[in-house]
Design a protein around this ligand. Sequence first.
Ligand code: ZN
Length: 252
Amino acid sequence: MVSTRNSRFVGTLICSMLIVVMVAWPAHAREVRVVAEGTRHATPLYVIRGERPGPAVLVVGGIHGDEEAGYLAARIVAEFTVAAGTLLVLPDANRLAIAASRRAAPGARDLNREFPTAAGGRPRSALAGSIWDLVDEFEVEWLLDLHEGFDFYLNPDTDSVGQTIIYYPASPRTRRMAEIALERLNEGIDAPRHRFTLLEFPVPGSLARAAGQYRNVHAYIFETSARQHRTTRVRQQLLFVDTLLEELGLLP
Ligand SMILES: [Zn+2]
């Protein structure tokens, strides 16, 4: 008798817990989709929705396969939950380039030169087209594209863009948000050469340039420096994403 009552109690308890979990965690809160489905570039997109209304933010990693801090950080961001808005994460945008640890996928061109360079222009590859379509489908308002440079921008001996936030000046708010992130990033950096710098105008053909110029998206290319320890680079990538998500009210 005792064991039957106990097992009934346990059954009731489990049912109650399941109901609580289902109510607190709506089925639509997290969805995994496939971008470039059915092709050799097929790669997961994480769609994470908050309960309250808010902007759609797209975080992209791995457009260049040899810039590991970007995709390592984006894979962590893919596990986030949000309280408001929609967080879209494409951590391994260029899966074949990542597998090869190269800037471009074997036999392919630089993905970040394949996005539209004119109003009404079309992307130059099927993979770029699949990524570009996300901007319209989800009405993306903010785009954070995570990259790395080979050196430090403030090293006068190189032309690297490592340690920069490159934004398209779609509106004063785009720059204001970059300034907030810049301040937080530089707070923890002592060596002058390692500090972050704000730059305008992502290169034509890049996802950030196309989104900023032709869709009025607040768009950034974020670049750490490959000359730093990987832990530092991933931490800086996450600090950049965190700061923007927090300022935009997405984080719980
Ligand atoms: Zn890059």
